[in-house]
Write a protein that binds this ligand. Structure first.
Ligand SMILES: [Zn+2]
Ligand SMILES: [Zn+2]
Ligand SMILES: [Zn+2]
Ligand SMILES: [Zn+2]
Ligand SMILES: [Zn+2]
Ligand SMILES: [Zn+2]
Length: 384
């Protein structure tokens, strides 16, 4: 399919070049699609890759020593620029050493479209559209609603699905996902694949995006993703991981997924309780967000020659929590867990606190009270 022409600006020496759906290379190397004989051209001087957006765009990649120019601006070695219709591409730029008879330059010219008031052409376009819609229905997977990827056909009902969609379904059911009929045989659907190949040449951006992670392509740490592997993103960096419900992948408390222990793309996010302990990420002063309560706690700790870290260790060792030393928890949840430890500890020392603390009135709202951060309120009320 011709979508346009590179109109030569030096037609006595260089002819026009047809622009089709495929990439073209230009240069002195005879393997290039367009061979240029001038010694000042590089072996592979540049390439032009058509890209369909709303209209056509062309990615110009420059590999040359002497430069490729788009609208007079150097693209730059191993760089690229995007050209559209009526842009000027210069491969040998007219200048001091190159006169106009030697210059190599082209203009991107769009193939002239039919006149919009041509009723026959309009009808043909409508039919084409109906046909395209019909074809699209035929090659769309009824499980994922995308153009099928590696289509499989089921016998005897002859319904087709993406390979990965069907394999995923097969775990739960032996019936056809579409008609619920029995399935006696499954094979590749080469006919549909052929239609998809042609269709995708015309509509390349409709291709199903297949999620791939590092372990899809090769075995890492004794695991490679099977073709129907479900994937999940790291909450921080969004890298894709196979969703294996591996305890190293997610927080035991909030179930958010992080990559740091599994793929180490992120430096942090999750850790084992053991490591939080050894890193001394213990509750810091200020964790109660109430100066008055903190002073009460700190006075007690000082009087009893102990620390926040030590009380957490003790509470943890007493086994009042449903977590082991190897439990993996995210950094947000460990903060809450520390609050929990501290709260339990404060509860346990109520009787040992000075009289004026013990004698505070009991706040009716208890632990749910929203005023616990207020110094005035906590001087009057107890929340245990
Ligand atoms: Zn599918
Ligand atoms: Zn069926
Ligand atoms: Zn994978
Ligand atoms: Zn990450
Ligand atoms: Zn969490
Ligand atoms: Zn209160």
């Amino acid at each position: 399919m011709e979508i346009g022409t590179l109109k030569s600006l030096n037609p006595s020496k260089y002819s026009d070049i047809h622009l089709t759906l495929s990439k073209i290379t230009l240069g002195r190397n005879p393997k290039c699609d367009i061979t240029l004989s001038d010694i000042r051209c590089s072996g592979i001087h540049c390439s032009i890759t058509p890209k369909q957006t709303n209209d056509w765009e062309f990615v110009i990649e420059d590999y040359s020593s002497n430069g490729t120019y788009l609208n007079g601006v150097l693209v730059g070695k191993n760089q690229h620029k995007i050209a559209t219709w009526n842009d000027k591409l210069e491969i040998l730029k007219e200048g001091k050493n190159i006169d106009s008879s030697l210059a190599i330059a082209f203009i991107f010219l769009e193939t002239v479209k039919r006149k919009s008031n041509d009723p026959v052409a309009e009808k043909i376009e409508k039919i084409q559209k109906v046909q395209d819609n019909y074809v699209e229905d035929e090659i769309t997977c009824s499980i994922c609603f995308e153009i099928m990827n590696k289509p499989l056909i089921l016998c005897p009902c002859l319904h087709s699905f993406c390979e990965s969609c069907y394999l995923d379904w097969k775990i739960k059911s032996t019936e056809c996902p579409q008609c619920r009929g029995p399935v006696t045989e499954v094979s590749q659907n080469n006919m549909i694949q052929g239609i998809i190949d042609i269709y995708l040449q015309q509509y390349p951006d409709k291709k199903k995006v297949i999620e791939k992670c590092k372990q899809c392509d090769k075995k890492i740490k004794d695991f490679q993703c099977p073709s129907n592997q479900k994937h999940i993103n790291c909450k921080t960096c969004k890298i894709l991981m196979p969703d294996r419900k591996d305890p190293l992948q997610y927080c035991k408390i909030c179930h958010d997924y992080y990559c740091c222990l599994y793929f180490s793309n992120c430096p942090s996010g999750l850790n084992t309780l053991k490591n939080y302990w050894s890193q001394e990420l213990h509750p810091k002063p200020g964790c109660l967000k109430n100066k008055f309560e903190e002073t009460v706690l700190e006075d007690y700790l000082a009087k009893n020659k102990t620390t926040g870290a030590a009380i957490c260790d003790n509470l943890y060792k007493e086994g009042n929590f449903n977590y082991s030393i190897d439990t993996v928890i995210c950094e947000e949840c460990i903060e809450n867990l520390y609050q929990e430890f501290i709260f339990k500890f404060r509860e346990s020392i109520q009787d040992k606190l000075p009289e004026f603390i013990k004698n505070r009135n009991m706040c009716v709202k208890g632990r749910a009270c929203k005023l616990q951060g207020s110094i005035l309120h906590s001087q009057i009320y107890n929340h245990f």
